[in-house]
Ligand binder design. Structure first.
Ligand code: FES
Length: 510
């Protein structure tokens, strides 16, 4: 519950059981496969590998299914806004076809698992729609419908939807799904354990030595020897191929309100307009559904988040009328420069290390797809789409040079610009309760936060990943790094990587 607004946080975290605790390892370990990261990609890979007889350990820094996966909008669809027209131009019709086939196979796989394990995760079939209100976008929507159809999806261009406002047009793909992501993943985790897999929570991996076997090191000094390693930490904590130059982090806000069942849209919607708006509903109390609206994306540490929440509340209330918001939360995505996830060997010389990242806002179908793809690769199989997702691909990065250079320029600005001496900031006395500010004192950057009680605490403002300067997100009470999206609590604890070390505690100089 947010103390200032009286509104709950993530609906998925609130309404799923807490999960069976999984303590950290008490000593060194040896396994066939170590999976670093207990979100949907890591748990899906682990579950597939255990099915295939591998001895698997999942190493999660926090709790499983509580990070990005616990904050998503939980749409399972192969229609990813306007990706197919883009893919047929950049990767050719075959690339678009493989993308559609792999994402569709992931949705089918999720359904098989739900069915086989009897998981109660509020699975609902629904159509996915990309819409626009601006008639100027109809051409792009028609092109997307045609490209998605060519790629093998049952896509059609329509002008009528069950949204309560007029649209200029929409691409509609039937047979997609929505579910409760945390209920799904907790059941998958339980089954993983039943089949002999091991899960360790509160276990942050801070070192990787590649070899035969590979060795991982945790922050508590435990060593894990493993034949194969999967890095599925959302943003990779190990980067041996400069993946961070091809990924950009994006934070997005989510608000939710009950809505009468007869007013709730049945389909799932997204529009690239107004800085992206996404709409779905979920089962709620009798006679009601929960309307979940997402939007207002921004680079971590670069926005006034309360203003953006206010804009999203206003947009949802304007479109759906008479809402009473009960939940609000934020999610974080990593976009790859060519709009295709990076799933496969960790670097060009990799023999036993793999990565899954860059799912954009489509981490559920992408994560399930990645789980199957990585388990296939580890077992020596090459699915038809392995080259499409291979992180070692170079040609497409060259084609996506503009996006690549833009991201690098932004990072350079935060990295170099933050070192300029002309940083102005209030003195510690001017920081109000519940706020934080970066101060330059005696030539060093301090990230200073004043608690509601009035006490001040300071940590280094230099992100422990690659040294950019963090900024304070008041709405979520977190220090955020604009370069690659690491997030820290006011006391410097890591909330989200790629950083693996907390911000260093500092005394404020007199
Ligand atoms: Fe990379 Fe902060 S996350 S420098």
């Amino acid at each position: 519950m947010n103390a200032e607004t009286g509104i709950q946080g993530s609906y998925w975290l609130e309404t799923a059981p807490p999960g069976v605790p999984a303590p950290p390892p008490s000593g060194d370990l040896s396994v066939d496969v170590a999976v670093v990261g207990g979100g949907i990609a890591g748990l899906s890979a682990a579950w597939e590998l255990v099915q295939q007889g591998r001895e698997v350990a999942v190493l999660e820094a926090d709790r499983v299914a509580a990070g990005v996966t616990g904050h998503t909008t939980a749409k399972l669809t192969a229609l990813h806004t306007l990706v197919y027209d883009h893919l047929r131009r950049t990767r050719g019709p075959e690339g678009a076809r493989l993308y559609a086939a792999s994402q569709t196979a992931a949705i089918r796989r999720a359904f098989e698992i739900v069915d086989e394990l009897g998981i109660d995760c509020e699975w609902e079939e629904a159509a996915a729609c990309t819409y626009a209100e601006d008639p100027g976008r109809v051409g792009a929507l028609r092109a997307e419908a045609e490209a998605a159809r060519e790629a093998g999806l049952p896509a059609e261009f329509v002008t009528e939807t069950d949204l309560p406002f007029a649209v200029a047009g929409a691409v509609r793909v039937s047979g997609q799904a929505q579910f409760h992501p945390r209920k799904y993943l907790l059941a998958l985790t339980d089954d993983l354990r039943r089949r002999g897999g091991t899960v360790y929570e509160g276990t942050r991996v801070v070192g990787l030595t590649e070899g035969e076997p590979c060795t991982l090191r945790t922050d508590s000094g435990v060593s894990i020897r493993s034949d194969e390693v999967v890095v599925a930490t959302h943003y990779p904590v190990f980067d041996r191929a400069l993946l961070f130059t091809r990924l950009s982090s994006r934070r997005e806000l989510v608000v939710a309100s009950p809505i009468d069942e007869d007013r709730a849209p049945r389909d799932m919607y997204i529009t690239p307009e107004q800085g992206t708006r996404s709409v779905r509903t979920a089962p709620y109390h009798d006679g009601e559904r929960l309307l979940i609206v997402t939007g207002e994306h921004f680079a971590p540490g670069t926005a006034h988040v309360e203003d953006r929440f206010a804009r999203l509340f206003a947009w949802a209330d304007d479109r759906f009328d008479g809402l009473t918001f009960t939940h609000r939360w934020a999610t974080q995505d990593n976009d790859s420069t060519d709009s295709v996830p990076l799933v496969g060997p960790l670097h060009p010389g990799s023999r036993h290390t793999y990565v899954a990242t860059g799912f954009g806002g489509w981490g559920l179908s992408g994560g399930i797809m990645a789980g199957r793809l990585l388990s296939d690769l580890i077992n020596g199989r090459l699915p038809a789409w392995h080259r499409l997702y291979d992180p070692r691909r170079l040609a497409s990065v060259v084609r996506e040079g503009t996006s690549f250079l833009k991201h690098q320029a932004q990072v350079a600005r935060h990295f170099v610009g933050d070192r300029l001496p002309a940083v102005t900031a209030p003195a510690p006395d001017n920081i109000p309760p519940g706020h934080g500010a970066v101060l330059r004192l005696g030539g060093r950057h301090y990230a200073v936060h004043r608690a509601e009680s009035g006490s001040l605490q300071a940590v280094s403002a230099r992100c422990t990943h690659l040294g950019c300067i963090v900024a304070f997100n008041h709405a979520e009470q977190a220090w955020e790094c604009p370069c690659h999206g690491s997030r820290f609590a006011p006391d410097g604890r890591i909330l989200q990587g790629p950083a693996v070390r907390p911000l260093e505690k500092r005394d404020i100089p007199e």
